[in-house]
Each structure stands twice: as C-alpha cells, then as structure tokens.
Design a protein. Structure first.
Length: 189
C-alpha cells in the first residue's frame, strides 16, 4: 500500500494508545498484568513526497491513564484498585509530567508494509532515543508494539507487599491507527 502524502492527525477518537505492564516477584500471583488506555493524547503523521522529510509527533497526558484490564491475580480488580493504581502512577511514577515523542526519521520498507520510526521520547522529564517498527496493512492500518524499560527514563518500577510484588522494568506501548490510502495512486502514469 502506498501511503498518502499529507498530514493525518490521531487521537482517542480514531486510534488507540495503550500501555501494558507485567508483574514479577515472589508475590506476582497476587498482582495483575495491566492494560491501560491513554485517554487524552494527540498525534500527527506527515507523509512527505520525500520519505526522509516525513515526521511523526505525539503528546499524551500521563494523568489520563485508565486501567482497562487486569490480567491474572488472585481476585479481579475493583474500582478502588483501579483508582489506587492511577493515583500511584500520577504521584509516584510519572508525576504528571507530559509525555512527548518527536521523530528524527520515518522510513518505509518492505513494499510500504512497514514503517521504521526513530526519534526522541520524553517521559517523567527525561528524554531518550527510541526506535520502533510498525506494520502497515493493505487498508492502511498501522499497528506496532514498542518495548521500553522504565529505568531508562529514571523511573523505579513499582514494588508492593514489601518488595515481594513488583512491576517488571519492561513495559509495552501499543499503537493502533489507520492511515488514509494514497488518493493519487490512480493519477500516476
């Protein structure tokens, strides 16, 4: 699929941005692997005729993380649990500081079935380079999972039950969006 040149904007109304965390430690069975939706975010992708000039930008409100699902655990998550998780993330982990991504390079490859993106990600006031690959299907659906280590951004993974229950340092950011098809494919000759 050829990607349409131009700028497309994204947000929760037309794409999804999730954070997945995983548990470890002696008491891991008591905790939950979490799937959290980012409720307030916006992004844009500008596809230029010269792929080297294409850009991707994203900003997210860290206070908008909503626990969608808790996988595992000895009991289901309650609304009180969800509120406590959100409060802990706000007060102890991200401290309300904005999350931002700015690309340095956006390249397509494999017959435009993959986007490789390199850029700078700012989390909890610290900026680090990241690289990610996204699959692009024939209908323009872009999907990718970006593994990150919290400690790379100076974040100490959460510990509970006197250290017996821990959130693993590695987490995943999952992006799912749809790009418009190249409107000019039939005009090329």
């Amino acid at each position: 699929m050829a990607l349409a040149t131009g700028t497309t904007t994204f947000g929760p109304e037309n794409a999804s941005l999730q954070v997945k965390t995983y548990r470890e430690g002696m008491a891991a069975r008591a905790g939950h692997d979490l799937v959290m939706d980012v409720a307030h975010w916006q992004g844009s992708i500008a596809i230029a005729p010269d792929p080297e000039r294409s850009t991707i930008e994203l900003t997210a409100d860290p206070r908008s993380l909503e626990v969608r699902e808790g996988v595992g655990g000895v009991r289901p998550l309650t609304d009180k649990d969800r509120a406590e998780i959100r409060r802990t993330i706000d007060e102890k982990v991200l401290r309300g500081q904005p999350i931002e991504f700015r690309s340095r390079a956006v390249r397509s490859g494999d017959g435009d079935e993959r986007l490789t993106v390199e850029g700078e990600l700012t989390i909890a006031g610290r900026t680090q380079p990241v690289a990610a690959q996204f699959d692009v299907d024939a209908e323009g659906r872009v999907h990718g999972t970006i593994p990150l280590r919290q400690s790379d951004w100076g974040i100490k993974p959460y510990r509970g039950l006197m250290g017996a229950l821990k959130v693993r340092d590695e987490l995943e950011i999952v992006v799912d969006a749809r790009l418009p098809p190249d409107r000019h494919e039939g005009d090329r000759g």
